[in-house]
Design a binder for this molecule. Structure first.
Ligand SMILES: Nc1ncnc2c1ncn2[C@@H]1O[C@H](COP(=O)(O)OP(=O)(O)O)[C@@H](O)[C@H]1O
Ligand SMILES: [Mg+2]
Length: 229
């Protein structure tokens, strides 16, 4: 047995709303192996985003453990957690989350600045990554000058900036027309074929079909898992 790259161990998460604790996750356990292509599905409010955020170290569980590449996230200091996020995980969101006042290339360079990559190497890597997502000629454009699909490809290039082993996507095709959404998913599939572990959330069964593991959540619990044919 190989060690999972991500272990989610009996995670509980509640949010405080006034005096009431709203349970978002109620005892979720999951092992993800390196190279897995995992899709999380479930009704709105079932806890998908909460689970992704906890896996990605963007939020902490109320109870339980999460281990990413051998590191227990709950035990890490803020600094170490930030470093781990930077080096192990790339994030893609529904609304792209690009920095509006920076060009595509500068957006891709940003995580490398945080990781102390030198200027020359940074620039060259950003150019290469933009080529990889077929935006080699758009490096000097601002997000507002790009289509939604192009902005999401910049976001993918940015997610890959520090060459992380894990890609995390929350409704990453949610704002795109289906043709553009398929193009994004094809790109993500290519990255998975190159060995990247992918964990993503979608509402769209056509996008879910790209995954090799399909995990259904309901009311903060795992309901069932399907393995792709
Ligand atoms: N920051 C928050 N504060 C309060 N409640 C939250 C917060 N984030 C999520 N929730 C609640 O947790 C539950 C799960 O939310 P979420 O993980 O966003 O679901 P999904 O992504 O599946 O739609 C919902 O009931 C939601 O209202
Ligand atoms: Mg969500």
């Amino acid at each position: 047995m190989t060690t999972p790259i991500i272990t989610v161990d009996n995670i509980h998460k509640s949010f405080l709303m006034g005096k009431d604790a709203v349970p978002a996750l109620r005892g979720v356990s999951l092992e993800i192996q390196q190279g897995d292509f995992v899709c999380l599905m479930g009704p709105s409010g079932s806890g998908k985003t909460t689970l992704l955020n906890i896996i990605g170290g963007l939020d902490e569980p109320s109870r339980g453990h999460i281990v990413v590449d051998g590191e227990n996230l709950v035990a890490l200091s803020e600094d170490k957690l930030a470093r781990l996020r930077l080096q192990k995980m790339g994030f893609i969101f529904q609304n792209y989350n690009l920095l509006a006042n920076f060009t595509a290339q500068e957006n891709v360079e940003a995580p490398m600045i945080l990781a102390n990559v030198g200027r020359k190497e940074r620039r060259q890597r950003a150019i290469n990554l933009l080529q990889k997502v077929s935006l080699g000629d758009r490096g000097h454009h601002y997000p507002s000058e790009l289509s939604g699909g192009q902005q999401q490809r910049v976001a993918i290039a940015r997610a890959l900036a520090n060459n992380p082993p894990i890609l995390i996507g929350d409704e990453m095709t949610g704002d795109l027309d289906s043709e553009t959404g398929f193009a994004i998913m094809n790109l993500v599939r290519d990255l998975n074929k190159e060995g990247m572990t992918v964990v993503f959330v979608t509402h769209d069964p056509r996008m879910a079909e790209f995954a090799t593991r399909l995990i259904h959540l309901q009311d903060g619990q795992l309901l069932r898992e399907e393995v792709a044919r």
